[in-house]
Write a protein that binds this ligand. Sequence first.
Ligand code: TRP
Length: 357
Amino acid sequence: MAEENASFEEALKRSRMIEEDIKEHKERYRVLTGDRPTGSLHIGHLFGSLRNRVRIQNEGIETFIVIADYQVLTDRESAAMISENIKELTKDYIAAGLDPENGRTFIFPHSHVPELNQLLLPFLFLVTNSELDRNPTVKEEIKATEGRAISSGTYIYPVHQAADILAVKGNLVPVGKDQLPHLEIARTITKRFNKRFPMEKPTFYAPEPLLSEAPMIMGLDGFQKMSKSRGNTIMLKATADETAALIKKAKTDSERVITYDPENRPEVANLLKITSLCTGEAPEAIAERIGDGGAGKLKAVLTESLNEYLAPLRAKRLELEGNDDYIRSVLTRGIEKARAEASDTLDKVRKAMNMTI
Ligand code: TRP
């Protein structure tokens, strides 16, 4: 555990250095990151990762977003909702500020990029089963299945994720802590490939994780992570009234005076934190302002701040709602670009592996 924390600290430090370097050398970086299309997004996603992606995109960095549709099958049986969720996700992305019209932001589902998927095959020869066995994130996921049989696809999905990144030559991967072990596998694959199949110029460059100061916000129940399956979220696409109703039901405590005390008053602290993320004001200052207005006032302040903050995003989302043709065109362009990159990568891989004809 201590070792794990040390490497986390290390990764954080490196991420800060990269953040500095991005400002000077944006042409050196290409972001690849993504999500599983398991549903539409909530404010935990917005504050935890989306806002950060948009910020980096707006620094002028090329940004590839993979919608990891195959990965949905790692923890669920049914594909019934995948197509719909791909579109939902794309709408949330665009509403949140990812801009497929800027000429350098591309959104694509990986099932539509055959060259990317083919890259999985050579990569599978570069990792051992026991390395996959040791991946802590996969271990957690396996534990969560409570004894159900694990498919090979679930086992090797971190290798597939390396293909997501390396096929399109991503070298900067904004992710959360849980994804660091996968990034490590991608880095290992890079090094082993270059060593085993040496070329004058290395075929792959090791991708770097980018950890942000992403705040972890709790669900409205105040004691666990915000997650749709736990029914404690506020969806980005919720209306202002729905948002007000959800916040009204949020858990607080019986103390009258509002204070920011994450240790002893986690529910109240969480609501203050979300308010703070919307207004930019420190949570302590918000608490002071509310004072003996109590939980009622706190909820009113949060409702107003959040609805105001989300208003432009929601307006944009509503505009996209009836426009599946546009969403399809965004994805088609993303797929074309990803295929062009991945096809070039695959050519290089064949050359390095002496498989040209
Ligand atoms: N596994 C990631 C998640 O569940 C999604 C993902 C798929 C991803 N491919 C990726 C993230 C490549 C970063 C890079 O959130």
